[in-house]
Design a protein around this ligand. Structure first.
Ligand code: CTP
Length: 461
């Protein structure tokens, strides 16, 4: 039987902790058939696009497989095949930004009978389904190692060049790290997650050598941690001056980029906490998603239709900002807010959740006034002359007890609506006072709320 640490540290740093881990490796490692199928489909796609480009007089565009498929680090069933078409600089960035390169690639997909749709992240690209897999086809400008990128995706082929030898034999270490991050809800650089990209997981394995060494190091990370694999910044404080993020991981192929700019303080702290918990007590629950174990607190759910045509990153950003500003507005009115969150399925539903002690405040409220001898006290006394109780002096200042104008959390939220984005303005506000009322939510929204109310599945009692 393989021990957890033997299996995790494939390079042979064996310790005496014994948790069976063979099963975990089988979960994170694709089967031989999947590997063969992915390789075949990827090379067919390269062939479709490179021969299509040549036939249209663009034989100078280089088509290659990139990302986790090229690096051999994908998690079974959870990846896109990334196909990049690198246009020579002579085409100019306009060819990419205007969508001309994209139309050319779309034409080729249509001619090959492959259904496609376009996506715009920072950069236009095609997504398609082919041979049972999802693939992204991304145009970029070809640059050499050491050159500045011209568009947002030009670095990607350089990443693959950089990682080629460095990850050899360590692919499963990357997979363990990705699965671990996924269980923590911190895998993915998209705004909705604010976590670690696949490329960051790969760089961490380059820096620390194995999954186990990565978590061993990460448990001592602190905010403003700098990881600079190629030592571009010396001392590291120079990198801190340049990049203003909780985690700074210098992109080895472009020292002007913090590859960890998307990682939020919450995601970084979650990774540190998981690393500490795992080193203390390794367990398979760190690699397998478990069912949520929800507690309950009263909550408000703002539920809106997904704004058609808006990119998910922008919607997640709006939800995140609305969620935290509504939570602050409730706090400012005296509500005890425990936690706020947001969710969207990126298709039809979007929601903000605010968990709180109670959805209704008591009728009266203590107002703290200025120091008794101050000039401002005169206006405080005028304002509260008809208070329910007081004004009175306690210690060195005035106080008064007044009747609250807004006691209901829904009314408080409605007052904040004018400053909210259109999506939130159109939201219905639902009070969930007990577990049964969760049943009124759609299945997917209910699941998201249950996750929000649960302790992390990796947290061992
Ligand atoms: N925040 C990001 C996301 C992606 N990339 C680049 O885009 C490539 C493909 O990234 P993506 O498709 O997002 O993920 P993978 O790394 O392929 O990981 P997986 O599909 O296994 O999740 C990466 O290798 C990297 O070069 C990057 O530099 N920074």
């Amino acid at each position: 039987m393989i021990s957890i640490i033997q299996a995790i540290t494939l390079k042979g740093h064996v310790t005496d902790e014994c948790v069976d881990m063979e099963e975990i490796l089988s979960l994170v490692r694709p089967s031989r058939e999947e590997e063969e199928m992915v390789a075949r489909v990827a090379s067919e796609l390269v062939e479709v696009f490179s021969s299509g480009l040549s036939a249209r007089g663009h034989g100078d565009v280089e088509v290659t497989v990139q990302g986790s498929v090229a690096h051999g680090t994908w998690l079974p069933g959870e990846f896109d095949i990334d196909v990049f078409a690198a246009f020579p600089k002579t085409y100019g960035p306009e060819a990419i930004r205007s969508g001309r390169a994209l139309s050319l690639l779309a034409d080729i997909a249509t001619a090959a009978g492959i259904p496609w749709s376009t996506r715009y992240a920072q950069h236009p690209y095609l997504t398609l389904r082919y041979g049972g897999f999802r693939a992204d086809v991304v145009p970029c400008i070809r640059i050499e190692m050491g050159e500045r990128p011209i568009t947002a995706t030009d670095r990607t082929p350089l990443h693959t060049l950089y990682l080629r030898d460095k990850l050899k034999g360590k692919e499963d270490e990357v997979r363990l790290l990705k699965a671990f991050m996924k269980v923590g809800g911190i895998y993915g650089a998209e705004v909705g997650i604010g976590g670690f990209s696949g490329y960051l997981a790969e760089l961490l394995i380059v820096e620390y050598g194995s999954f186990k060494e990565t978590v061993r190091a990460a448990k001592s990370w602190r905010p403003r941690q700098v990881i600079d694999v190629e030592g571009h910044y010396s001392p590291p404080s120079l990198a801190r001056k340049r990049f203003d993020s909780p985690l700074i991981i210098i992109d080895p192929v472009d020292p002007a980029r913090n590859a960890a700019a998307a990682v939020t303080l919450e995601a970084m702290s979650t990774f540190i906490a998981m690393s500490l918990a795992f080193t203390e007590k390794p367990s398979p629950s760190f690699f397998k998603p478990g069912p949520p174990s929800p507690a309950f607190s009263p909550l408000l759910v703002l539920m809106a239709p997904y704004p058609a045509g808006e990119p998910p990153d922008s919607v997640w950003g709006q939800l995140r900002r609305a969620s935290s500003s509504l939570a602050n507005a409730l706090r400012a009115r005296g509500f005890q807010v425990y936690r706020n969150g947001q969710w969207t399925d990126e298709e039809s539903e979007a929601a903000v959740f605010i968990a709180m002690e109670s959805l209704e405040l008591s009728p009266l409220q203590l107002m703290k006034g200025p120091p008794a001898g101050s000039l401002e006290s005169l206006s405080f006394l005028r304002k509260h002359v008809n208070a329910e109780m007081g004004p009175f002096i306690a210690g060195d200042r005035w106080y008064a007890v007044e009747r609250r104008k807004v006691r209901d959390a829904v009314d408080a939220i409605k007052e904040e609506m004018p400053s909210m984005p259109a999506m939130i303005k159109s939201a219905s506000i639902i009070k969930v006072s007990n577990r049964e009322e969760l049943e009124s939510l759609s299945k997917r929204l209910r699941e998201a709320v249950l996750v929000f109310l649960s302790r992390p599945t990796w947290l061992q009692p």
